[in-house]
Structure formats: C-alpha cells, structure tokens
Design a binder for this molecule. Sequence first.
Ligand code: DGL
Length: 259
Amino acid sequence: MNTSPIGIFDSGVGGTSIWREIHKLLPHENTIYLADSKNAPYGPKGKEKIIELSRKNTELLLQKGCKLIVVACNTATTNAIRHLRKNYTVPFIGIEPAIKPAALQTKSKTIGILATKGTLSSELFHRTSDLYTNGVNIIEQVGEGLVPLIENGKIDSPAMDKLLELYVKPMIAANVDYLVLGCSHYPYLIPKLQKLLPTHVKIIDSGAAVARQTQAILTQNNLSAQETNRGNCIFYSNRNPKVLSDIIQEEFTVEALDF
Ligand code: DGL
C-alpha cells in the first residue's frame, strides 16, 4: 500500500475536471494538483516550450513525492508525454481527445472536435485521428480565447457566449452528432454548449476514461493507497488561487505557490 500522492498538472484550472473524476473514482488517494495558470494558455505555444513547462511541473510534483503523474492537459499530453516518459521513471497518464468512441458511434458520419491549436496540430492527435476516422468527416475547431476566459473566471460572460456560438455554428451546419471536447478546460462549458447544440448531439470528454486508466496503472504497479484512507487533496496555483478554488468548489486547501 502506498499513500504517496498522485500528481496532476495542467496549464491552469481546467485539469480540475480530470481531478474531479479521479477523486470520485479513487477517494482514498491523496492528490496534488498544479495549475500553471501563470503560463496559460499552452495551446498557442510551440512544442519545445510545452515540453519545458511540462518538465518544470513534473519536477515539482516529483519533489513533492508523487508516485504517478497525470498530465491533465491535452496540449501537454500530445506534445510532451513521450519526452516525459523517456526522461522520468514514474508512470505517466495522459489525456487525448476521445475521437475513437465518437468516430465509432456517429450516425451522421460527421463529428466535431473543439481543442487548442497545440493539440490539433500535434503529431499524436493526427496519428490517433487517422487511425479511427476512416469515412468520418471531422470538423476541427480551435477554441481560441476560451482558456483565457476560463482562467480569468469568465465562464459566464457575453464574450464566452459569443465565442462558443461562433465555434459551434459550422458544426451544426455540417450536421455533427458528436462533439468531442479536446481540452480539459472545456467540460466546464458543457451546460453552455448544450444550450447551443441540437438536443441529439452528444458531447464527450475524456475525464472518466483517464480516471479508470489511473486506477488500472496504480493497480498494475502496486501503487494504490488502502481503501480506508481518506484522500487529502492539495491545490497549488501560480497565478490566481481564487479562480482555482471557485472552480473546484470543494473544501480542500488551495495555495498560492510560485513555480
Ligand atoms: N487544459 C489544456 C488542454 O487540455 C488547455 C490548454 C491551454 O492552456 O491552451 O489542452
């Protein structure tokens, strides 16, 4: 039994959507979450910069004794996870857009994906999407501007409504029946997206799948904490702890930390 924490990082507050799924499935695990909000958004940054930031976050989590690291950011996963796995010995879990289930289940043979520029232009995304989307039309949309609004606590704002409307319009016109959320910030936009999309359009994100994968890898590596443990969760933000605590809405410690 191993009570060392699971480390989770994201470019900001969005990866808490992944943390939530992990905490729901594994409430006995201790977790440490890093919101690198000072450097958000990662999406428009190049691969080298994303690798550098991912290394910085990884090293801090390792210093804090983490036994496994969840890269709760599609942009960091698609650009940096290969590098991280090569250079550090702890297991890494990544998050990628859930293209496969959407492509397998679509009836209109058209699916939409909303993600960052960094994810949509990555080699890993293209490899996965080429593998599963034969005969399926994919409407790719860069969610430019969405992450900065979420990072500034502006989910409910006219600017957000305007951008979302702009981004889903071409998808509706193309008759998508699935919308894949390829950024861990976007699950916080689901209520708004549901209002904009026709009711038959299903929205999928990867949070629950990442939590199941985390559980499997902990078990395989004999790293799980005992189920009687009550998981303690600590959150660090290097920019705006208030936005982070507003988004998690739970009684856990949120601290400012420069990293
Ligand atoms: N949550 C990150 C992701 O999943 C946001 C990327 C960004 O900072 O642009 O891609």
